[in-house]
Design a protein around this ligand. Structure first.
Ligand SMILES: [Zn+2]
Ligand SMILES: [Zn+2]
Length: 257
C-alpha cells in the first residue's frame, strides 16, 4: 500500500503540474500575448507580467504540485481499494438533487476553510513563511494561480481528500470541482476580467469572487480573502470592490456590501 501511494503521488505530481502549466500557459497566451481585448476582457493590471516574476511563480507552483499530490494520492489509493465516500453510481443518495447538494456542500466548506486559513496566514507572525510566496507579485499573472509556499500548500491541500473520506461525493462531482478550482484560480489571477461587467455586478455575480475582486487582494492585503463566495468577506467587513472596475490598481476603491 505504501509503495502504491508513493508511485501514485509521483504520477499525480506530474499530472497536477502539467494541468497547471497547460491552463496557466493558455490563459497567459490568450490574455497577455494575443491580447485580452480580443476576448472582450478588461485589463486589471497596469504593467505587463515580468519574466522574473513568472519564473518565481512557476517554481513555487511546481513545488506545490507535490504537496497537493500526496494527500490526493492517499485518497485515490484508498478509493481504489474500496474506501472513501466517493461513489460512481449517480443514482445513489437520491440521484441528481444530491449531486447538486454535495457540490454546494463541498464549495461552501472549501470556501469557509480557505477564508479563515487565508486570514490566519496574513497574520504578521505567519505571513512571511506561509503566504509571502503567493504575494510576490502585486499584479499577479495566471502563473500565480498555484504559487504557494510549502506551508500554505500543506495547510490547504488536505481538505478535499479528507472531505472525500466522509461526505459522499460522486466521482463526476470531484472532477467538476477540481476543474472549477483550476479555472477560477487561473482566471482570478490572470490580471484580466473576462466576465462581463453586468455579470460581475449582477444578482449572481455580485456574490462570487471574480478576478476584479481577487486582484484587489494582491494590492490591498487586508481585504478580499474569499475563494469562491463573497459571503465571509461581507460578513467580516473585509469585502472591497473597485468603484470603477475598469481602473483597479489605482487608488479608486470603495467598500461595497
Ligand atoms: Zn493573501
Ligand atoms: Zn491570489
Amino acid at each position: 500500500m505504501i509503495a502504491e501511494i508513493v508511485i501514485t503521488t509521483a504520477a499525480l505530481t506530474l499530472i497536477i503540474a502539467a494541468r497547471y502549466l497547460v491552463f496557466s500557459g493558455l490563459a497567459y497566451w490568450l490574455l497577455w500575448r494575443r491580447g485580452g481585448e480580443k476576448l472582450r476582457a478588461k485589463r486589471l493590471n497596469r504593467d505587463r507580467p515580468m519574466k522574473r516574476v513568472i519564473m518565481q511563480e512557476i517554481r513555487l507552483s511546481l513545488l506545490s504540485s507535490a504537496f497537493y499530490a500526496a494527500p490526493a494520492a492517499v485518497a485515490l489509493v484508498y478509493w481504489l481499494h474500496g474506501g472513501t465516500a466517493i461513489y460512481d453510481d449517480w443514482t445513489l443518495y437520491g440521484g441528481a438533487p444530491y449531486l447538486l447538494l454535495s457540490t454546494f456542500i463541498y464549495l461552501i466548506v472549501q470556501d469557509t476553510h480557505y477564508y479563515w486559513m487565508h486570514r490566519l496566514m496574513h497574520h504578521p507572525k505567519l505571513f512571511s513563511w506561509t503566504h509571502a510566496g503567493h504575494h510576490r507579485s502585486r499584479q499577479p499573472t495566471p502563473f500565480a494561480s498555484f504559487a504557494f509556499d510549502p506551508a500554505e500548500a500543506a495547510l490547504v491541500a488536505w481538505l478535499l481528500p479528507a472531505m472525500a473520506c466522509f461526505i459522499p461525493v460522486h466521482i463526476g462531482v470531484v472532477i467538476a470541482l477540481l476543474t472549477l478550482m483550476t479555472v477560477t484560480a487561473v482566471l482570478n489571477h490572470s490580471g484580466w476580467e473576462v466576465l462581463p461587467e453586468r455579470f460581475v455586478s449582477g444578482p449572481i455575480g455580485r456574490h462570487l469572487i471574480s478576478a476584479t475582486h481577487h486582484n484587489l487582494h494582491h494590492q490591498r492585503y487586508g481585504k478580499n480573502f474569499g475563494l469562491y463566495f463573497r459571503f465571509w468577506d461581507r460578513l467580516m467587513g473585509t469585502d472591497m470592490m473597485p468603484e470603477t472596475p475598469a481602473a483597479p490598481g489605482t487608488a479608486s476603491v470603495s467598500v461595497t456590501r
